[in-house]
Ligand binder design. Structure first.
Ligand SMILES: Cc1ncc(C[n+]2csc(CCOP(=O)(O)OP(=O)(O)O)c2C)c(N)n1
Ligand SMILES: [Mg+2]
Length: 594
């Protein structure tokens, strides 16, 4: 970082005359806007602040190339930018003001970090000469964002703007993608400098080496019960198609990682479900029986590994870990083979392998896992007038072939993946860090990224009232997502944990809600209330036909706390077991087993 104070005339943000023989003089604010354009960034999501007025003026100058999406809350705007980056594979920029704006926006940085999503977050900074006085809204962003971001920097010298923004894009998109935070000194934005733009870098990506691919073939040759786990970000459509061709040709059973349903077509005969929070226990049991784990693109983190219990830490079942960053391979589980490679290049390489001429040794195993998946997918007979599983099945049939779904955090979130099989071009995104308040802004970000695709958000009554007001942004920018609010009048997930740990002692988890249909109607949108299974499909069709942002409230049965258990089930499981009849002869001196 340059700590020298920026020099040069401070004449406002408009470019002035070209220097003789040099580049045009531009203000820091204008140069930031131009640098984003030069890097191919086309959307900025922002809540304005006086700390970056010069950038706002610069964005006005480039408004034909760079769309500025004004939002209502930084926890919404940064999540919109994150969803945009997740769906596109290239970053959007978010701008927040200093102090309070940065604090509100931090959640989106954490989402991007744990989801490996490219993102640029710009934070207006205090005047340089007031540094370290705990001046108004002062925060040291390097310290604040250090554990949340892939890189944190501050621009104090306007002449370095093109260099730093270019590097920030490289960092955000390379290897394991992630968020970069860039603080912008206030007076730096006003300084006039004459420096040229810097374009995107052309960098070749790491390829898998032939020896590793040969070893992978050998390990597959020895396996009888392999399991592929597909996950991660930065897959291109071609990469996804190639890995699908490979997995289908080899008849490998495929599970997807937590909230990575988009990566594999659920209608294919080798899709076996998702490994994450709320996974099918039968799939988890099968995963424990596998004799080869082929982890492609996924981190072997807490949700996927079922709290780090799914595989032995070393020895035992061999793991092949294919990941874009060598530092992540072997982080907890030591693999038999680690391949640090670009995932799409890896997929293209293995897709070229000759299709095995013989029947796969593990064909019956794959069928068994698929049967497990289809058993979980079958619709149970739930009590109450609204069977949410059937509503999800109806939705499966109503969604457009390239619909995008965004998902919040909560127990409701386990219903769509269980009861819908996504098709190839459909997308399903959610925060792998379990952040509530994601789905509504993500749905708006998705709709802004892809205005012609249908976008449906899934959110609980708790999560909806965290960022649901962001729907004002959808109206302001003329996009119409459809939001399904699963209303069980509680923070259901926490109630579930509560009932397991402290049965019957309901503390801090009940909610009082507004009328969600009237809520969206107050904005000028379309509202529906669904209280029975039969009412869902017509309500969804009307929401689509309205062409306006829509909220469909699903009045769910609060007793059905998960799609596998009622509150009564949890209480029964938590109840102390009746003591065994006391032994009459020779009582054992052994300590009781815990
Ligand atoms: C931002 C944030 N705050 C709190 C939590 C803790 N938390 C996880 S799930 C949950 C309840 C979600 O309630 P709701 O959105 O109504 O969904 P439900 O579980 O009832 O289906 C809470 C409070 C979290 N994950 N994220
Ligand atoms: Mg709820």
């Amino acid at each position: 970082m340059s700590t020298t104070k920026a020099s040069g005339p401070k004449l406002g943000s408009r470019p002035v005359a070209a220097r003789p023989g040099g580049a045009v003089l531009r203000s820091g604010g204008r140069l930031i806007a131009d640098s984003l354009v030069a890097q191919g960034i086309d959307h900025v999501f922002a809540v304005p602040g006086e700390s970056y007025l010069d950038v706002l003026d610069g964005l006005f100058a480039v408004r034909q190339q760079l769309k500025l999406v004004t939002c209502r809350f930084e926890a919404g705007s940064v999540n919109m930018a994150e969803a945009y980056g997740k769906l596109n594979g290239r970053p959007a920029a978010a701008f927040v003001t200093r102090g309070p704006g940065a604090c509100h926006g931090a959640i989106g940085v954490h989402v991007a970090f744990q989801d490996s999503t490219p993102l640029l977050l710009f934070v207006g900074q205090i005047p340089f000469e007031e540094t370290d006085r705990e001046t108004f809204q002062e925060v040291d962003y390097r310290r604040m964002f250090q554990p949340l971001a892939k890189w944190v920097t501050q621009i104090d010298d306007a002449a370095r703007i093109p260099e730093i923004i270019a590097h920030a894009c490289d960092v955000a998109t390379s290897g394991r993608p992630g968020p970069v935070v860039i603080a912008l000194s206030e007076e730096m934005q006003k300084t006039l400098v004459g420096v040229p733009d810097v374009g995107p870098a052309s960098v070749s990506v790491p390829h898998p080496d032939p020896a590793s691919l040969a070893r992978l073939r050998a390990l597959l040759g020895e396996a009888k019960r392999p399991l592929a786990i597909l996950g991660g970000s930065c897959w291109t459509p071609a990469g996804r198609a190639a890995i699908r061709d490979f997995l289908v040709a080899h008849e490998l059973p495929v599970a997807v990682g937590f909230r990575r349903q988009s990566l594999y077509d659920g209608t294919l005969e080798n899709y076996v479900g998702d490994l994450g929070v709320g996974s099918d226990p039968a799939l988890v049991a099968h995963a424990r029986e596998a004799d080869l784990i082929l982890a492609i693109g996924t981190r072997l983190g807490e949700p996927v590994s079922q709290g780090y219990t799914l595989f032995p830490r070393s020895g035992g079942v061999p793991i092949v870990h294919v990941y874009p960053d060598a530092a992540e391979i072997g982080r907890v589980f030591r693999p038999a083979l680690g391949i640090a490679t670009d995932l799409n290049v890896f997929a293209a390489a293995v897709a070229k392998w000759p299709k095995p001429g013989h029947r796969a040794v593990w064909r019956d195993w794959t069928r068994e896992l698929r049967a497990t998946r289809m058993a979980a997918y079958a619709i149970p007979d739930y009590a109450g007038p609204l069977n949410v599983a059937q509503a999800m099945r109806d939705l499966e049939g109503l969604l457009e072939a390239d619909a995008i779904m965004t998902c919040d955090a909560g127990n409701f979130a386990t219903w769509p993946p269980r009861f819908m099989n996504l098709r190839d071009r459909q997308c399903f995104i959610g925060p792998t860090n379990g952040a509530m308040g994601y789905a509504v802004p993500a749905a708006i970000g998705a709709k802004i990224a892809f205005p012609h695709r249908q976008v449906v958000g899934f959110v609980g009554d708790g999560g909806f009232l965290m960022t649901g007001q962001e729907l004002a942004t959808a109206f302001h920018h003329g996009v119409a997502p459809i939001i399904l609010v699963f209303n069980n009048q509680m923070y259901g997930t926490i109630r579930m944990y509560q009932e397991r740990a402290f049965p019957g002692r309901v503390s801090g988890t009940a909610l009082t809600n507004p009328d969600f249909a009237k809520f969206i109607e107050a904005f000028g949108g379309h509202g529906e209330v669904v209280a029975s299974t039969a009412a869902f499909a017509p309500a969804f069709r009307r929401a689509v036909a309205s062409g306006r942002p829509a909220v469909i409230e699903l009045r769910t049965n609060p007793e059905q706390i998960t799609n596998r258990a009622t509150i009564a089930d949890l209480r029964a499981a938590a109840a102390p077991k009746p003591a065994k009849p006391a032994a009459t002869k020779r009582p054992s001196r052994k300590p009781a087993k815990r």
